[in-house]
Ligand binder design. Structure first.
Ligand code: SF4
Length: 433
């Protein structure tokens, strides 16, 4: 396929928002950050082939700063891109099949239960729905109007991706049926799994219609007045007030698949991979998760052991006791001009034990105490990349940090020891609830 160029991209006039422009970055809409261009590549369902991964690793090394970042929606970011890198990046992504639509590239935000069909943990195998959804989404011109923040999810019944807070989701209720959720509210009765994609896209079109009817510039379904109920009504459905369950993220480490092979879950410290760490993930298939981890499925026992050891040697998170498991951070200084602190260095210093492979600022002799996460560090009050749900927030204030959890906040200085104490207090507070 011939490489497309950014000159082929249609005018952004498809956007009808009356309010602030949706500046969410994409692969084609490169955001200029303090450390250079930032491109976000959507990866529906988190699925990547080994070849696609290599293309991304090479692009990061040759066009950017060498790092790949995982986002809270299971997408990937390249940073530090040169001013002339956008066209080359678009061509590489297109050739690798990572840019199938120029008009819809920023709206292909689809989560899927990462272990679906592999570990026997769900009620249905949603994997076949991923490609079907992506193809159907990108073939409907009107849906290019969705915000780059609008999120879809295919949950296989274990409720893991429901915890991320998708705008529109289906969750399996049996091996052959799913139920629609609109901003976390059940809508209608279970329907055959074969109609899941059509139902989700009809709901997305109903969201756009309702947004126009309200004269709203909402990016997310929950931002619309009575959004879930009104969108459901447009589909001839009613919503339920029943709470939906949420399931845990896959734990780091190896796990046995139903077919006897192994899947390896590797956590990415603070969601950022350097070139050497990215090289460890050279496997035939990869699944990115919204919990800043990567699943390498379908491995033989020996291959899984080799990858596990290589990951540990490079500082990847290979078991749930790692002090950086469940810790996330925004870009902070120096990459973001709004940042009041180098949050990533401060997070590592406060969480990591001395000797951790990524603990460049580890406190000598520091003894790690378990901190019940998740913990999110932010360089300012925008809290970019914050995970959904209950989180210990650590937000830079200019004089130090504000540590907040369970409705209580404490202002502390920036030293690792002070932060450590505040984190332990917050962790105890969360655990006691
Ligand atoms: S939270 Fe603030 S400092 Fe961090 S990336 Fe967002 S804008 Fe920048």
């Amino acid at each position: 396929m011939a490489a497309r160029t950014i000159a082929d991209v249609p005018s952004p006039s498809v956007t009808r928002r009356a309010g602030p422009q949706d500046a969410c970055p994409g692969a084609l809409r490169v955001h200029q950050a303090a450390d250079g261009g930032l491109a976000r590549v959507r990866v529906p369902g988190g699925l990547l082939s080994g070849r696609q991964w290599q293309v991304l690793v090479s692009a990061a090394a040759e066009l950017g700063n060498g790092h790949l970042e995982l986002t809270s929606r299971g997408n990937l970011q390249l940073r530090g891109l040169g001013t002339d890198a956008a066209e080359s990046l678009a061509g590489r992504l297109t050739d690798a099949g990572l840019l199938p639509s120029l008009t819809h590239e920023r709206v292909r935000n689809l989560l899927a239960s990462p272990l679906s069909g592999r570990d026997g943990g769900g009620l249905a195998d949603v994997r076949p729905l991923i490609a079907e959804f992506d193809q159907a989404l990108t073939s409907r011109p009107a849906l290019a109007e969705l915000s780059g923040r609008f999120l879809f999810a295919l949950d296989d019944g274990r409720a893991d991706v429901l915890a991320i807070g998708p705008d529109i989701a289906v969750t399996a209720t049996s091996s052959t049926t799913v139920r629609l959720l609109l901003a976390g509210r059940y809508a209608g009765a279970p329907v055959p799994i074969g109609s899941a994609v059509e139902l989700m896209l009809a709901a997305a079109e109903a969201f756009l219609a309702e947004r126009r009817a309200q004269g709203s510039d909402a990016w997310r379904l929950a931002e619309l007045t009575d959004g879930p109920a009104r969108v459901a009504a447009r589909l001839g459905l009613t919503t339920s007030g029943l709470p939906h369950p949420t399931g845990p993220a896959p734990a780091p480490g190896p796990l046995r698949q139903s077919d006897g092979r192994q899947a390896l879950v590797l956590g990415i410290p603070l969601g950022s991979l350097n070139t050497a760490q990215a090289g460890v993930l050279s496997a035939p298939r990869l699944i990115l998760t919204p919990w800043r981890s990567v699943v390498l499925p379908g491995l033989g026992t020996a291959a899984a052991a080799v990858l596990l050891n290589a990951g540990a040697a490079q500082g990847l998170i290979t078991d749930g006791t790692d002090p950086l498991n469940g810790v996330t951070a925004c870009t902070g200084r120096p990459g973001c001009a709004s940042a009041l602190a180098d949050v990533r260095a401060d997070a590592i210093a406060a969480h990591a034990v001395a000797g951790h492979a990524v603990a460049a600022h580890a406190v000598a002799g520091h003894q790690a105490e378990p901190i019940a996460g998740p913990v999110h560090w932010s360089g300012c009050s925008r809290r970019c990349g914050r995970p959904a749900g209950t989180v210990i927030d650590v937000v830079a204030t200019g004089d130090g940090y504000r540590v907040s959890s369970a409705g209580r906040s404490t202002d502390v200085g920036g030293s690792s020891a002070q932060l450590r104490v505040a984190l332990c207090d917050s962790s105890n507070l969360v655990a006691a609830r």
